[in-house]
Design a protein. Sequence first.
Length: 224
Amino acid sequence: MKKHILEVDGIQKRFNERVVLSDVYLKCETSDIIGLFGRNGSGKSTLLKIIFGLISAPGKCIRIDGVSKNNSGNLSNEISYLHQEQYIPNHLSVKKAILLSIDKQNRDSFYEDQFIQSLLEKKIRHLSGGELRYLEIKIVLFNPAKFILLDEPYNGLSPVMIEVVNEMIKENSLRKGIIITDHNYQSTIKIANRLILIKEGKTHVLKEKSELVDKGYLTTSSFL
């Protein structure tokens, strides 16, 4: 299977006088599950939104398989993004949301999920927070894009559902590159095979999990 590579560099972003991102380089390859860490306000979500094209950043350089995507108006065929907030309209039924989001040839596979089957007759507005988040994650992972950006995927999920979601992420990483940022750092660390920390606007590639303590993101007690 051909390996795909996403590279991002030259990103600088400030809000008013506050510099959020100033020296960012990030490389994600097919089979990578990158855990993106940083304190609140460090720019994790901002970085994902810049990569996806929701936020502008002067001088940014985004390449996929060595080809510049700086002037591409829509990267949704190559990069899929899970928002922190709900993105499926409340008035839709679960079945309609799936029909609008999943290609016909992939729907049978999508419906094989017993949990999804239990939701099919419901409206989006009647789903619990965990049910909705699971549906949103599954739709994003089923997108044909080569790279997946997951912003707070574990929000509202029970520990059991987090395990199910992590298995889905692992399965998809066989053919996609995946970047996760989430306050649930334990679940992120558990699944990530690469760790990147944003600190003082810069990205730091970590070789060991213990560096999250060394660089002040975690305390020794929380890491154990």
